[in-house]
Design a protein around this ligand. Structure first.
Ligand SMILES: Cc1ncc(COP(=O)(O)O)c(C=O)c1O
Length: 383
């Protein structure tokens, strides 16, 4: 087991643990993560066991509490206990689960920001409109000067609101918001807070019980090395009124056990979730190391492109959104994505406020040379 690395040594060593196509430069870990081969094999073994003896294998989940043991393992890694944590399919499902469970009424005001993820915005619009409530979207400028600017803009708008839906790490703009301070403001103002932490498990340290939120949703399939379709939903004490979207046998148990059996499905991804999160233990400095790599590479790329990073380092972790040089900022993301793919390079190109940006990530398997190649490729496009 390795304990400390240079960014290049970690990237090269880690790459061998993933199934990624050898020619592919993967600088978009943020969208769907990447599954270590060992976790894929563990999941395959569970699927095989189900096919060999379906009734007995499914009974472990439905009747024998197999998921509860896994959830306890995951809980200990995100600062909580299993009695406050449920598995859900993904962040999208978790957000709808919470919002459809909140009894919004006409006249209620729900606060969010213009940096939210599209699917979450759509869910908010739908649910708020159905209840006759108001959606109050606070504009956070991008570029942003720092966490204080975010706090100053949100504080007055949180006053008197019913519910707030705020990101911990934003999607297209890749900003780490001051979530601890925001949760405190919500608590002091009597506002219920749903934190969209889709990108956070395995990316930043989490202490869910210490964070003064009401609900937190997080994907394990992005940075937690878990199979796609594996996410967590945390609720503070009293979360017992929260129920899954599909009501099933366990409804009488309330939160979280009502979420454990939601009908016949493939539970193999959830069953390997604790092992997936433990996969990172082989690199004890992984989070800090990748954050440093991302910071250094974002600065290097912006310098080569002659552009300025839109946020201070305190608001970035292992994702960074970088302004593109020259006229590329007005080219459609799909066009740039196709050009990058033609060079075997996967990078997220995102649109925010009518401008196209590049969003890079720093995962265990990334190496500084990959970012240099990406910076150089874009400079060729400029020419
Ligand atoms: C901030 C944020 N919320 C929610 C989601 C939705 O995640 P999923 O597609 O796993 O439901 C994403 C996906 O990238 C995201 O970035």
């Amino acid at each position: 087991m390795s304990t400390s690395h240079s960014p290049s040594a970690l990237g090269a060593e880690a790459r061998a643990h993933f199934d990624l196509r050898p020619e592919l430069t993967q600088l978009n870990h943020g969208s769907f993560g990447a599954l270590p081969t060992a976790i894929r094999l563990a999941q395959d073994a569970i699927r095989l066991a189900v096919e060999r003896d379906p009734i007995a294998a499914m009974a472990t989940v439905r009747h024998e509490g197999a998921l509860r043991r896994v959830i306890d393992g995951v809980a200990s890694r995100v600062g909580t206990t299993g009695d406050r944590l449920a598995f859900v399919e993904n962040a999208t499902t978790a957000v709808s689960t919470v919002l459809r469970g909140v009894a919004l009424r006409a006249g209620d005001r729900v606060v969010t920001t213009n940096l939210g993820y599209g699917a979450v915005e759509r869910a908010l619009e739908f649910i708020v409109a159905r209840a006759g409530a108001t959606l109050d979207v606070v504009t956070i400028p991008f570029p942003v000067s720092g966490p204080d600017e975010v706090l100053e803009l949100l504080k007055p708008r949180l006053e008197g609101a019913t519910v707030a839906v705020l990101d911990w790490i934003t999607s297209a703009t890749a900003l780490v918001l001051p979530i601890v301070e925001l949760a405190r403001v919500c608590r002091e103002s009597g506002v219920k807070l749903l934190v969209d932490a889709a990108h956070v498990p395995g990316h930043l340290p989490m202490d869910l019980d210490a964070l003064d939120a009401d609900w937190v949703v997080g994907n394990l399939h992005k940075w937690g090395f878990a199979p796609k379709g594996t996410a967590i939903l945390w609720a503070r004490e009293g979360g017992d009124r929260l129920l899954p979207l599909s009501i099933s046998h366990g409804v009488a148990h309330g939160f979280p056990r009502a979420f454990d059996w939601i009908g016949s499905r493939d539970y193999s991804g959830w069953l390997v979730a604790a092992d997936a999160m433990a996969f990172a233990d082989r690199w004890p400095t992984l989070m800090a190391d990748r954050r440093r790599l991302c910071a250094a590479m974002a600065e290097r790329i912006a310098e080569r492109w002659g552009t300025t990073l839109p946020a201070p380092p305190t608001m970035r972790a292992c994702l960074a959104t970088i302004p593109l040089p020259g006229a590329l900022a007005s080219v459609e993301p799909a066009t740039l994505w196709r050009r990058a793919r033609a060079a075997n390079m996967e990078v997220a190109f995102v649109v925010h406020e009518g401008q196209t940006w590049a969003r890079i990530s720093a995962a265990a398997y990334n190496h500084p040379d990959e970012y240099e190649r990406f910076a150089g490729l874009v400079m060729e496009w400029v020419k």
